[in-house]
Design a protein around this ligand. Structure first.
Ligand SMILES: Nc1ncnc2c1ncn2[C@@H]1O[C@H](COP(=O)(O)OP(=O)(O)O)[C@@H](O)[C@H]1O
Ligand SMILES: O=P(O)(O)OC[C@H](O)CO
Length: 495
């Protein structure tokens, strides 16, 4: 029997899952790691903790399965995207904490670029917007703020990478400094159509090319793991950003098929086929994957906070464990007029306001804990609903049903609320670890054991949540939501 090992390096935890070729889960191991918030709006991870937790999870998944490394056909990586790391080429020593995708410290850098009239150029080349979310301004900040970094980068002594690149570097003992086009497409430095680093954008930002990893296809040859790490070398044959991996893991292969992954954030991706599609409404154009010699593209609506809102309820003591949010929120029929705008790290699509901050509005003396819990779930569902409307507005790209996955998709009440607020059915697959599944499948394709055409037959529905809310009620709730969002916008800039 042969297996595929997926590493899923998420924002809050590192997971490893061993799958059969058909996508059955054999063993799972997961380790959470620390989130650091050194200043308001900043979010950092310790690069060593990312690596060590991921390595532990990989070993532990094999141990739990009782499977030796020689039975693993290939390893695939899916990772939190955009998070920016720099390390020494000679020693692999990291030179600064990882600046996480949620980090807002480069809001003013983005503004300065916008004032220079550069947004149109960046959008046309990369499909993205000038927002602190993406890697380029984080890297620029590092080059400006870390003493000596720019000079060393120009001399070729420093490596930049997103988390996939950092894991590849460590898995191969520094032999491979590479990324795939989906991760590269989130940096603001990658040309969406030529699938190469954009020399003009690099020049405009003053980013030395010597920093950048080599770009290989998502099912490319990424070397093999050092023999000592997992007991024997394992070929690394798949790399995808986690949201793109989930799109693949949901077998959303054709144009018009989409999914939403509810992890730390929520990311709605719609496959648009072999050509990039540019849409209004704050949607991003991005790579879906580069597999079997062909690129596929997607439209993305990025919502920065989903499960993180539930995590926050836990941290402030409203819940013991995340899953308790469901029973608490079920104690009430609705949120009692409370709106929870989870803009803890600004707003992504469709608003793109790095200065927005979280808000809870409509509190009365009758508000109880259950209302807050329900309002938090609704806040995430409204946020995704707004993104779905934006997609529906982009000619002919309305969703007929939404495939859901990620940590929050285990919550039945949340998916009922989401179906109600979207007005379309929400489908949950049997394997909700679709991010890991997509990474495993990409590696299976890379190893020649699977083809894209095999995947739809391997996807299985587990549950279906149908919309039951009357249209008028939905519209009234959205009116309230829009008023609440207006109040949260620009908060960190005022005052
Ligand atoms: N039953 C649940 N209901 C709501 N949220 C949940 C539930 N279980 C987990 N979560 C949330 O899901 C998130 C974890 O999901 P995961 O997909 O592992 O995220 P990531 O990959 O971003 O680390 C956490 O923020 C957690 O609060
Ligand atoms: O950690 P997740 O699963 O919320 O995903 C993070 C995204 O990749 C950020 O773009």
């Amino acid at each position: 029997m042969k297996y595929l090992l997926a590493l899923d390096q998420g924002t809050t935890s590192s997971r490893a899952i061993l799958f059969t070729l058909e996508g059955e889960v054999v063993a799972v191991a997961q380790r959470a790691f620390a989130q650091h918030y050194p200043e308001p709006g900043w979010v950092e991870h310790d690069p060593w903790e990312i690596w060590e937790s991921q390595l532990w999870a990989a070993k532990e998944a094999l141990r739990r399965a009782g499977v030796g490394p020689e039975a693993v056909l290939a390893l695939g990586i899916a990772n939190q995207r955009e998070t920016t790391l720099v390390w020494e080429r000679d020693t692999g020593r990291s030179l600064y904490p990882a600046i996480v995708w949620q980090d807002r410290r480069t809001a003013s850098l983005c503004e300065a670029l916008r004032e220079r009239g550069l947004e149109g150029l960046f959008r046309a080349r990369t499909g993205l917007l000038l927002d602190p979310y993406f890697s380029a301004t984080k890297l620029l900040w590092l080059l400006e703020r870390v003493p000596g970094l720019r000079e060393r980068a120009e001399r070729g002594e420093v490596c930049f990478g997103t988390v996939d690149t950092w894991l590849l570097w460590n898995l191969t003992g520094g032999r491979v400094h590479a990324t795939d086009p989906t991760n590269a497409s989130r940096t603001l430095l990658f040309h969406l159509e030529t699938l190469t680093w954009d020399e003009e954008l690099l020049r405009l930002l003053g980013i030395p090319k010597a920093l950048l990893p080599e770009v290989r296809p998502s099912d490319g040859d990424f070397g093999e793991t050092l023999p000592g790490l997992l007991g024997a070398p394992i070929p690394i044959r798949g790399v995808l950003g986690d949201q793109q991996a989930a799109l693949l893991g949901q077998a959303a292969l054709g144009a018009g098929e989409g999914k939403c992954t509810y992890g730390t954030g929520a990311f709605l991706l719609l496959n648009t086929g072999e050509r990039p599609v540019w849409a209004e409404g704050g949607l991003l154009t991005t790579l879906a994957w580069h597999l079997e010699g062909k690129a596929a593209y997607a439209l993305e609506g990025s919502v920065f906070v989903a499960g993180a809102a539930v995590g926050w309820l836990r941290e402030v003591g409203l819940l013991g464990e995340s899953h308790e949010v469901e029973s608490l929120a079920r104690q009430v029929e609705d949120a009692g007029g409370v709106y929870f705008v989870p803009a803890f790290t600004g707003l992504g699509a469709p608003h793109w306001d790095p200065y927005a901050r979280g808000a809870i509005l409509g509190l009365t003396r009758g508000t109880i804990r259950a209302h807050l819990a329900r309002a938090a779930l609704e806040g995430v569902a409204f946020s995704v609903g707004e993104v779905a409307w934006a997609m529906a507005g982009a000619a002919g790209l309305g969703l007929k049903a939404l495939k859901a996955d990620g940590g929050m998709a285990q919550n039945d009440l949340f998916l009922e609320i989401q179906a109600d607020l979207l007005g379309v059915p929400v489908l949950r697959p049997r394997v909700t670890e679709t991010t890991a599944l997509g990474a495993a499948w990409a590696a299976g394709i890379g190893a020649g054991a699977l083809s894209l055409g095999d995947l739809p037959a391997l996807w299985r529905e587990e549950a279906r949540f149908l919309p039951r809310m009357p249209e008028a009620r939905r519209e009234a709730l959205y009116r309230g939501w829009r008023r609440a969002v207006e109040r949260a916008k620009g908060w960190a800039q005022e005052g």
